[in-house]
Design a protein around this ligand. Structure first.
Ligand code: 13P
Length: 308
């Protein structure tokens, strides 16, 4: 099916008390693995690209790979820009076929964050493209964005409530809640009560950043507290590299590249399937019909974003 907007996808997840796994692929192979995992689990999935990945491959290549994979899949697939900071890059994503974008102005003062998010909503909403915004600062390293532990701070729930009230078209809201990008050095201290408070006061699905290395029980509690999108980046990067290297270590004389990339693919699919199941997304888009070619997403999935 055509790529879908993240907004109805996450509204359905929030209502169904599960989360959609959002993976950060770095190329066609990792995109394909995430979609294949979603198809195998009959779950919706989000492919989210960092700005660094967009700059590396270019908008057209990434959009055409995602579109092709989405069209082959019998489950809803969204193409999302993760941590967009540059309005021009965001505009090009919207024009080229991304079905949702994140404006990350969380390092700016509240009023500036609000104004920038308003500008992105004005570009995105007429094209049925979903928007994610953030308040607070999530620690750790996410590609080119480095937030030192001392600079990281939690989302203020009063600001979150005011922000989302003024921007009711948001598809998803990302509150910094104690998680961090990359592997955790100690036990992460997640502010579950803060998540619950923000979810209740905003009424929006929440995005959980820093999904790599979180204990399973923590992920489940975050979902129960209102998170409907769980971001997994570092984990996929590690499996991408380890899946390849492990095969070569175990078969040092095998110089058939397809054998290496098959092993890498299987490792990525297995990891993505596990995360989709952890998020409770498995079976949410049951295939129907003799060829199982038609999934049954909620009807509101079926309005593709317009990119004219
Ligand atoms: P991890 O790298 O910890 O999986 O975090 C991903 C993320 O939140 C991307 O925005």
């Amino acid at each position: 099916m055509p790529l879908v907007s993240m907004k109805p996808m996450l509204a359905a997840a929030l209502e169904g008390r599960y989360a959609v796994a959002a993976f950060n692929p770095v190329d066609y192979a990792s995109m394909r693995a995430a979609v294949e995992a979603a198809v195998a689990e009959q779950a919706p999935v989000i492919l989210q690209t960092s700005a660094k990945t967009v700059k590396y491959h270019g908008h057209q290549a990434l959009a055409s790979w995602a579109r092709h994979l989405g069209e082959q899949a019998a489950v809803p697939v969204a193409l999302h820009l993760d941590h967009g900071k540059d309005l021009e890059l965001i505009r090009r994503c919207i024009e080229t076929g991304w079905t949702s974008v994140m404006i990350d102005a969380s390092d700016k003062p509240f009023e500036e964050n609000l104004a920038l998010t308003r500008r992105v909503l004005d570009m995105a909403v007429p094209k049925n493209v979903g928007v994610e915004a953030e308040i607070g600062e999530i620690g750790g390293v996410e590609e080119d964005i480095i937030v030192a532990a001392a600079a990281a701070h939690l989302c203020d729930p009063n600001q979150a409530a005011a922000f989302c009230k003024m921007l009711p078209e948001l598809a998803v809201f990302a509150p910094a809640c104690g998680t961090a990008h990359g592997y955790y050095k100690g036990e992460p201290k997640v502010a579950f009560d803060l998540l619950t408070d923000i979810a209740m006061r905003t009424g929006l699905p929440l995005a959980l950043h820093g999904g790599t290395g979180l204990p399973d029980e923590t992920v489940r509690r975050c979902i129960a507290s209102g998170c409907a999108k769980v971001n997994i980046s570092t984990n996929l990067k590690h499996v991408f590299i380890d899946g390849f290297c492990d095969y070569h270590r175990d078969h040092p004389h095998d110089y058939e590249p397809l054998n290496l990339i098959r092993a890498q693919h299987e490792a990525m699919v297995a990891m993505c399937r596990e995360k989709i199941r952890l998020c409770g997304g498995a079976g949410k888009c049951q295939a129907q019909g003799p060829a199982a070619g038609g999934a049954t997403p909620p009807p509101n999935y079926l309005t593709p974003p317009s990119h004219d």
